[in-house]
Design a protein around this ligand. Structure first.
Ligand code: CP
Ligand code: NVA
Length: 313
């Protein structure tokens, strides 16, 4: 029996501009219903499996609460307690998981792991963060920007710090949604245009500006954002990174160079006094709590879309 391959959400570039427009509209509707305590349960009897090979607070909370609110159930699996930690091949795990559940979310190390899982899965797979990409977070971030300031097309997003999974996902979003990313980070931690397996595309390159001076990257920006200097999986480099990133903390001087209406975002968890000054993340331009909450609403829209497609309002 031939079976149609399911659609997955592994990178931001897996959806197009029109689908994002739908998802942002749908996220608003789902959020408004949630705020009015109205039940919205299109996924009754559906099950999400969540596989975590790295730590998480927000991703687990938002997917688990979200699936529950949509009427379905979520199952949490981690490497330590499952056979994944004892060497069961990811391809075999994909076969088994996807015969028992309707949707799978994975947080893991190499992006090739989610690709291999997806290639052997009968059900849609969502990337809950890999070393290379974090699409659900940028989905929430763009939605948060739109909620506060309207369309992000034509705007400038300043990224100060490490060229990590979040930065490369922002670049994909920029190419699809039509904004610019102004990057500044220390030598040796900059954007790798030829990144092994996942090189920056021409369209992404066209949206990117690189600056040695973080103040210049922030000049006129509509959104200033950053992330930890040491991502999960890179802990052995921590001491070296702490030295290298001195001078790249987002501070009030950088925010003052941005557009007067600029927002500050951070995917969290944050380290005050390292990548961001306390006055900035706890200041009036920061929308980090809305950003965190919006993980819930956008991922509910995403899960609904992946299982049911586009629905009328
Ligand atoms: N931002 C984010 O993905 O948070 P967690 O690591 O807590 O899931
Ligand atoms: N870049 C960070 C994001 C954490 C949500 C990491 O990968 O650890």
């Amino acid at each position: 029996m031939s079976r149609q391959a399911p659609r997955h959400y592994l990178q931001f570039s897996d959806l197009d501009r029109e689908e994002y427009a739908y998802l942002f509209r749908r996220s608003s509707l789902i959020k408004a219903r949630f705020k009015r305590y109205e039940m919205h349960q299109p996924l009754v009897d559906r099950t999400l499996a969540m596989i975590f090979e790295k730590h998480s607070t927000r991703t687990r909370l938002s997917f688990e609460a979200g699936m529950h609110q949509l009427g379905g159930a979520a199952i949490y699996i981690n490497t330590r307690d499952s056979q994944l930690g004892r060497g069961e091949p990811i391809e075999d795990a994909a076969q088994v998981f996807s015969r028992m559940v309707d949707l799978v979310m994975i947080r893991t190390y190499g992006h090739d792991i989610v690709e291999r899982f997806a290639a052997h899965s009968r059900v849609p797979v969502i990337n809950g963060l890999t070393n290379e990409f974090h699409p659900c977070q940028v989905l929430a971030d763009v939605f948060t920007y739109i909620e506060h300031r309207g369309d992000i097309a034509g705007k400038v997003v300043a990224w100060v710090g490490d060229a990590n999974n979040m930065l490369y996902t922002w670049l994909q979003a920029a190419a699809i949604l039509g904004f610019r990313v102004h990057f500044s980070g220390p030598a040796g931690y900059g954007v790798d245009l030829q990144r092994a397996g996942y090189p920056v595309t021409e369209a992404e390159r066209a949206c990117l500006g690189c600056f040695d001076d973080p103040l210049q990257a922030c000049e006129g920006a509509h959104l200033v954002t950053t992330d930890v200097w040491t991502s999960m999986g890179y802990e052995a480099e921590n001491a070296q990174r702490m030295r290298a990133f001195q001078g790249f903390m987002v501070d009030t001087r950088m925010m003052a160079r941005a557009d007067p209406q600029a927002l500050f975002m951070h995917c969290l968890p944050a380290h005050r006094g390292e990548e961001v000054q306390g006055e900035v993340i706890d200041g009036p331009q920061s929308v980090v709590w809305d950003e965190a909450e919006n993980r819930l609403h956008v991922q509910k829209a995403l899960m609904e879309f992946m299982l049911l497609g586009q629905l009328p309002d």
